[in-house]
Design a protein around this ligand. Structure first.
Ligand SMILES: [Zn+2]
Length: 408
């Protein structure tokens, strides 16, 4: 009997009818076949779906789990920003590390094996958040790949010293730059400076953008303009963009064309967008969730992500991306197999591509995958399937034993 590092038996590949076994050797998929003979540790998927892990394209680990010390009194975006800004003065590197670790561990058990995390940098917090996330990145590499996006949450031009700290972070391992022009006294200036720095450091950009429901103004066009001017098409994401949710059909189509031409992708953060927007309405509250599926249908890179966990921006959170995909589908009134499948793609294929990861289950690829109690990707979204088992680079990282009925 041949000795295998690991064997996954009876797995259902998306869109395939016959079950397969997957042999793992040296952290990679060595063989996929209907019945593989071999000895070694194994997991019986029992006919359930095998998939690459979920990819979280936008999460704030540094300000997660702070509801005990920061309350959003108004429920608005401004209320959340000021509550966190106040609490931030009490953050220490070890405190950020501990809260971040709690979120990462939860995300691992929900089937996520890669994240892009946004980290606040300014003279108040200094590099404490960045240093804590760097430690988390090293300590959890066995289960989670972490991409660090540093950004000026409290503004760039209105907060002297911030740019120098962003540069220090980029010199010391930050992977990309984020932005938040609506917080700056000079929004277009911030956008331009961030593009200049992105070119200097050869990094991608990921903006928090257009986070309200007022369609009379926006920063999207300036980001699109600079994306083309700098040749940064395909390297720019914008998150929230709740203004897109109030555009009539023809305006939305024009905007989609602008984003496609500028190579800009969209990240929707349904939990936060639903919680914070429309607070000035006392009835018929608008949902404020950008219609990502309509943009994706026209070739725009679209992802669905968690954003915040248990803080003034989003006082909920289980780090489950199947739940987030379901939330988006529900709010967006999506129901067909194809529509739900597209929602799954927005928490797997699209964010994987964004983070430069392969998302294929094939011989030679990394043995990094999860098993979900479902037979299709659409079913995962409709039922909020929770992964029962996961592996990264050939090593088992978590297991959720299936629930068991105890009959009389
Ligand atoms: Zn965010």
């Amino acid at each position: 009997m041949r000795m295998l590092d690991y064997l996954v038996r009876n797995a259902c590949l998306p869109g395939e009818n016959t079950l397969v076994d997957l042999a793992v050797a040296d952290g990679k998929i060595a063989e996929i076949a209907q019945s593989i003979a071999g000895d070694g540790p194994s997991f019986d998927a029992a006919g359930q779906l095998i998939s690459c892990g979920f990819v979280e394209s936008h999460i704030h680990l540094d300000k997660a789990c702070i509801l005990d010390r920061a309350k959003n009194e108004t429920g608005t975006l401004q209320g959340a920003i000021s509550a966190v800004a106040n609490a931030k003065s009490g953050f220490t590197e070890d405190d950020i590390y501990a809260r971040g670790a709690r979120v990462i561990e939860k995300a691992i058990t929900e089937g996520t094996n890669a994240v892009r995390t946004h980290v606040e940098i300014d003279p108040g917090i200094g590099l404490a958040g960045f240093n804590a996330i760097k430690r988390l990145k090293a300590d959890y590499a066995w289960a989670m790949d972490i991409e660090i996006c540093v950004f000026p949450q409290e503004g760039l031009f209105n907060y002297p010293g911030t740019e120098e700290l962003l540069r220090e972070a980029l010199d010391n391992g930050a992977d990309l730059l984020g932005g938040c022009p609506y917080m700056d006294t000079d929004p277009n200036g911030q956008i331009l400076r961030l593009f200049e720095m992105a070119r200097e450091y050869d990094v991608d950009l990921d903006f928090h953008l257009d986070f309200d429901l007022d369609a009379s103004w926006r920063h999207l066009d300036e980001v699109a303009k600079q994306s083309i001017a700098f040749g940064w098409q395909g390297r720019v994401m914008i998150g929230h963009v709740t203004k897109l949710s109030v555009l009539p059909k023809s305006d939305l189509e024009d905007t989609i064309a602008i984003m496609r031409d500028a190579g800009i992708g969209l990240t929707v953060l349904p939990a936060t967008d639903l919680f914070l927007t429309g607070r000035d309405h006392d009835h018929s509250v608008p949902c404020g969730v950008a219609p990502a599926h309509k943009l994706a249908a026209h070739g725009v890179c679209c992802t669905i992500a968690t954003n915040n966990v248990l803080n003034p921006f989003t006082p909920y959170g289980d780090c489950s991306l199947s739940r987030m995909a379901n939330l988006y589908a529900n709010v967006s009134q999506l129901a067909t197999e194809a529509e739900l499948e597209n929602c799954f793609a927005m928490v797997s294929d699209a964010p994987a591509k964004l983070l430069g990861r392969s998302n294929k289950i094939a011989v030679g690829e990394a043995a990094s995958f999860i098993v979900l109690p479902a037979q299709s990707r659409a079913q995962v979204v409709s039922e909020i399937s929770r992964p029962i088992w996961g592996m990264k680079d050939g090593r088992v990282t978590f297991e959720h034993p299936a629930a068991k009925l105890i009959r009389p």
